[in-house]
Design a protein around this ligand. Structure first.
Ligand SMILES: C[S@@+](CC[C@H](N)C(=O)[O-])C[C@H]1O[C@@H](n2cnc3c(N)ncnc32)[C@H](O)[C@@H]1O
Length: 257
């Protein structure tokens, strides 16, 4: 399944552009997450341990590794193709783990040797169903050291439908001004990947994986508002929970142990 560096680089660069369509002000959001993690680990252990949930091709892990070269970063994802892009393009940024977040045994698969100082995620946790998300928040609260932080950058709808529409409009206007909508979308990125002969084995491996059971729309965390997330985080045992950054529906939610 060897992948050349040039191929990985090409697909990761296209991924970075494609994702700008979905994460409003994506680069700034990564920076804010880095600010929170840096502030939390400063004065803590010499080698902080950080977990990137749904790391994809290593976008956040690589940025964090540049800011915190002393940190040990573990990236977890269930997609073999995205993990292989991460391992090839950002080999030194993180140790990458192939596991399904929320499934039985996923925390053991991480093989963590000490409590986490930080857990981070971007545009990933909304894939979980509400029950799985609640379980994962509780597991993360147990994996983090006291004072450790969970930082989640994702899009969350407003509770209020009118405000949800306005937030969507604010995000769209931002994307138009930054020409983010000119980039290819998720479906065309995957269609193009499937046509690359160098990725044939990885596509086949992806096809062999059991698809995640599609959560009924009403049960998907994608529909949870930011206040619902905050409630779940408090129930999971986090003491200080809130939003530190927002642009349209794109938020950075922070929860401290
Ligand atoms: C939209 S991508 C975001 C990737 C990266 N964090 C970024 O910001 O570019 C969502 C990622 O979450 C992963 N993912 C979704 N649900 C997952 C689960 N239950 N376990 C592991 N990975 C999951 C997907 O495979 C995908 O790589």
């Amino acid at each position: 399944m060897g992948l050349s560096l040039a191929t990985a680089e090409r697909w990761v660069e296209r991924w970075e552009r494609q994702q700008q369509r979905y994460a409003v002000d994506r680069e700034e959001r990564f920076t804010v997450i880095g600010d929170v993690v840096e502030q939390t680990v400063t004065g803590g252990p010499a080698t902080p341990l950080v977990l990137d949930l749904g790391c994809g091709p290593g976008s956040l892990a690589a940025r964090l590794a540049r800011r915190l070269p002393q940190a040990d970063i573990v990236g977890v994802d269930m997609d073999p193709l995205l993990l292989e892009l991460a391992r090839t393009h950002h080999p030194d940024a993180a140790r990458y783990v192939d596991a399904v977040i929320g499934e039985e045994g996923w925390t053991q698969a991480l093989r963590l040797d000490r409590p986490l100082d930080a857990a981070v995620s971007t545009t990933a946790l909304h894939y979980l169903g509400v029950d799985a998300l609640h379980r994962v928040y509780r597991q993360l609260a147990a994996l983090l050291r006291p004072g450790g932080v969970l930082v989640n950058g994702d899009h969350f709808p407003h509770d209020d439908t009118r405000l949800a529409e306005l937030a969507g409009c604010v995000g769209r206007r931002h994307a138009e001004r930054g020409h983010a909508l000119a980039h290819e979308d998720w479906a065309s990125w995957w269609t193009a990947v499937e046509q690359d002969p160098e990725l044939t084995d990885l596509i086949a491996e992806r096809g062999r994986r059991p698809r995640q059971p599609k959560t009924a729309a009403a049960d998907s965390a994608a529909r949870l508002s930011v206040s619902a997330h905050q409630r779940l985080l408090r129930q999971a045992g986090f003491g200080h929970v809130g939003v530190v950054w927002q642009y349209g529906a794109s938020h950075v939610v922070v929860a401290l142990r």
